[in-house]
Design a protein around this ligand. Structure first.
Ligand code: BEZ
Ligand code: FE
Length: 291
């Protein structure tokens, strides 16, 4: 590239950067300047063609067109580009031995039913019964009594209740820890499922040879006064082969747990009758960082 060409490109970047100088919002100015630096740097680095830019605009337009109150394709795009997970990482700075955070996902619903120790969250959602227990502490190991734990998950067909036609609530609940910080409830052994992939994000994944599958997981959100609210999942150890290729980059090694399958003859906790089926159990001790 000629020196003249390089100077022209840099002069344009510099003009755009300078255009934010009058903004009174310092944060907005800083964010926009960094965005323009990276955007121009990217265009210049890959020598983006006009055809490619137009394809990118058409793609974003399609992402907008499929988005409505029930379908948020922009979040999905952010998820598959690892941007959602990077925002989580930046905003949950490692301070000590606290449990790691991961993506929130689109399937949390406010106002889930409250359960108590030993109850079952499935409410008819299909899957293998799974006993989930653990304790919630601060990073020094002190128990956190009355911490709120929200849990939600897909059934073994890969659907959350919000994707059912009949509006019923299933496989989601919240529970409070006891005075020792302990909790325990029945859920379902998580199975893999695809993120919605019948739109532009699905076509993008196909174009780059990636799978839409999420590694099998159970969602948690844990809140206690004075502590940083934790949004996370636990993942099934073998992950049915999806742990290394989770479509939204949510897997952290520390969140991979042993879901140990139990013989039907083993008495299930909390007096549960599993109808002679196999069941599983998993332990998840949760440590919250201070606020
Ligand atoms: C989920 O885990 O529920 C999820 C996360 C990101 C995109 C789609 C689904
Ligand atoms: Fe999920």
């Amino acid at each position: 590239m000629s020196q003249e060409q390089r100077l022209r490109e840099q002069a344009l970047t510099d003009r755009v950067l300078a255009s934010f100088g009058a903004s009174e919002n310092e944060r907005l100015r800083d964010v926009m300047r960094a965005l323009v630096e990276h955007l121009h740097g990217f265009i210049r680095e890959v020598r983006l063609t006009e055809q490619e830019w137009s394809t990118a605009i058409e793609f974003l337009t399609a992402v907008g067109h499929i988005t409505d109150d029930r379908r948020q394709e922009f979040i999905l795009l952010s998820d598959v580009l690892g941007a959602s997970m990077q925002v989580v990482t930046v905003n949950n700075e490692a301070v000590s031995s606290e449990t790691e955070a991961t993506v929130f996902g689109p399937f949390f619903v406010d106002g889930s039913p409250e359960i108590t120790y030993g109850d079952d969250i499935s409410a008819g959602a299909s899957g293998q019964p799974c006993w989930v227990q653990g304790k919630v502490t601060d990073t020094d190991g002190n128990p956190l009594a009355h911490a709120r734990i929200d849990v939600w998950q897909a059934d073994d067909d890969g659907f959350y209740d919000v994707q059912y036609d009949d509006g019923r609530t299933a496989a989601r609940a919240h529970i409070f820890t006891d005075t020792q910080g302990r909790y325990g409830f029945w859920a379902l052994t998580p199975t893999p499922y695809p993120i919605p992939h019948d739109g532009p994000v699905g076509r993008f994944l196909e174009a780059v040879g990636r799978s839409p599958m999420r590694a099998p997981h159970l969602h948690f959100m844990v809140a206690a006064p004075g502590m940083r609210t934790l949004v996370t999942h636990i993942f099934v150890r073998d992950g049915a082969g999806h742990l290394d290729a989770d479509s939204v980059f949510g897997v952290r090694d520390s969140l991979i747990k042993d879901f140990v399958v139990q013989d039907p003859a083993t008495p299930p906790p909390a007096g549960r009758d599993v109808g002679g089926r196999e069941w599983a159990r998993v332990e998840f001790d949760i440590s919250l960082a201070p606020n």
